[in-house]
Design a protein around this ligand. Structure first.
Ligand code: PHE
Length: 460
């Protein structure tokens, strides 16, 4: 992309061609969602059955929502708040736009807390603490000692803010693009190593073969939240990317390419981590249920058992650090541009406001396992709560807003015309069906069950 967009009326820069677009979106899609979040959810919510539900959701909803958001962005040449308001000015349009725009601001705060954990591990591998990191309890001690976790969180967040303030975002993204293929290669190598450990095959089976006994409604809720998160759907991001997309780029094809690529990386990360749970912890249920800690508990054991584990660990955490940094930058940038465009703030002020939100919510997340462990919301730690709030409550609402905008206001035909500017719209009829019936009904059911579970009406 050539230059930063600003405001409404000025000409926007654009991606060069489909490859440029796919690389940019894939670069933003691949992040902690694939490497950290997917494996722990898959481990917790049933392995193969989670993957199956995830794939079904991705090829139905995921596809329909990506096409919609991208087309709306390209049609209006606006980020979400502006895109919604291009069709109406009543409070419902404002609400829909803002819902999409606020989500990245919530996510980036706890994303930076995880980014801090990654930075800490990177630092420890630099010091050669390979064996130490693999000790049972190392990670839980680290996050329980709040000042340590908070220090690394602040450091990571400052890196994000400095990159934005110094205006070197594109430079960092360029570096990250070069590193992305390396991350894929290293992940293939680590997954290969991991699945060939004794006992690891059980884990491969657990991840890849659906076992219907493991199915629960929560599998569906979690898979849907993960799909939103990982593909950067229902958080305004794809509106913005769509607004930079040229008219001749094939929306449908690029959507498939991004979806498949993103899922492949998630499965690869699952293959690094889940078989290792079986090889090194005997598939213990408490490890499978470790949640956000899983990657940090498991991966160091894999590296500690390798001959050249320190080098591999160092490279791995460096690459994950870059993926996390670029994702955090693009999430924060989305918040910053909303503040600039909608509140009329100068860029510096907008960055400072974003920074204040990150420091506040992110500190509460990072200290939630130690000093603030008494502070729980609806029985969840702050980090888990923000994650739940964004993925299980706000994103379904944002996605629903997009469905309604498409079917009730803009009209499916207009979206089809937008898509057809570049090529035939092969999945047009299915797309219409997904947007009109399947997606809204299903999203509503998931949303209501999330609310019911939070209120303790149903247990999932
Ligand atoms: N999809 C990214 C991930 O999987 C998160 C993200 C969302 C990054 C939006 C940038 C923009 O980690």
């Amino acid at each position: 992309m050539k230059s930063e967009k600003k405001g409404g009326g000025q000409p926007r820069s654009s991606f060069s061609g489909r490859l440029g677009y796919v690389l940019a979106v894939a670069g933003s899609a691949v992040g902690l969602g694939n490497i950290w979040r997917f494996p722990y959810l898959a481990a917790k919510y049933g392995g193969g059955i989670f993957l199956l539900v995830y794939l079904i959701l991705m090829f139905t909803f995921g596809y329909a929502l990506i096409v919609s958001e991208t087309a709306l962005g390209r049609m209006t040449k606006r980020s979400p708040v502006g895109a919604f308001q291009a069709f109406g000015r009543s409070w419902t349009f404002r609400f829909g736009g803002w819902m999409n725009a606020i989500i990245p601001m919530v996510i980036v705060s706890y994303y930076c807390a995880i980014g801090g954990w990654v930075t800490k591990y990177l630092f420890e591998y630099l010091r050669g603490s390979t064996a130490l990191l693999a000790n049972d309890g190392y990670f839980s001690d680290f996050i329980a000692e709040s000042s340590g976790a908070e220090f690394w969180f602040v450091l990571f967040s400052l890196a994000v803010l400095v990159v934005l303030l110094a205006g070197v975002k594109q430079g960092v993204e360029r570096v990250s693009k070069v590193m992305m293929p390396l991350l894929v290669l290293l992940a293939i190598f680590v997954a290969g190593y991991s699945i060939t450990r004794p006992g690891a095959m059980e884990g491969v089976k657990y991840l890849l073969v659906p076992n219907f006994e493991n199915f629960s409604w929560m599998t569906v809720v979690a898979a849907m939240g993960q799909m939103f998160y990982s593909l950067s759907i229902a958080m305004g991001i794809l509106y913005t990317y769509g607004s930079y997309m040229k008219k001749e780029v094939d929306i449908e094809k690029s959507t498939y390419q991004v979806g498949i690529f993103d899922t492949a990386i998630a499965i690869l990360a699952g293959l690094m981590i889940i078989p290792a749970v079986f090889a090194f912890s005997g598939g213990a249920p408490e490890t499978l249920n470790a949640g956000p800690s899983l990657m940090f508990i498991t991966i160091p054991k894999v590296f500690a058992s390798m001959g050249f584990g320190t080098g591999a660990g160092l490279t791995f955490f460096l690459l994950v650090f870059m993926a996390a940094l670029t994702s955090a930058i693009s999430l924060a940038e989305s918040g910053v541009s909303t503040f600039e465009d909608q509140l009329g703030l100068s860029r510096t002020k907008a960055i400072l406001l974003m920074g204040a939100i990150i420091l506040l919510l992110g500190s509460a997340s990072s200290m939630g396992f130690g000093a603030l462990s008494g502070l729980t919301v609806l029985g969840m730690t702050v980090l888990d709560f923000l994650d739940f709030l964004a993925n299980s409550l706000m994103m379904p609402v944002a996605a629903l807003a997009t469905c309604l905008l498409v079917t009730r206001v803009v009209g499916l035909d207009k979206i089809a015309q937008e898509v057809e500017q570049s090529s035939a719209f092969n999945g047009k009829r299915l797309y219409g069906f997904f947007m009109k019936y399947l997606a809204p009904v299903f999203i509503l059911i998931v949303l209501l069950s999330s609310i019911a579970s939070v209120l303790g009406w149903i247990s999932m």
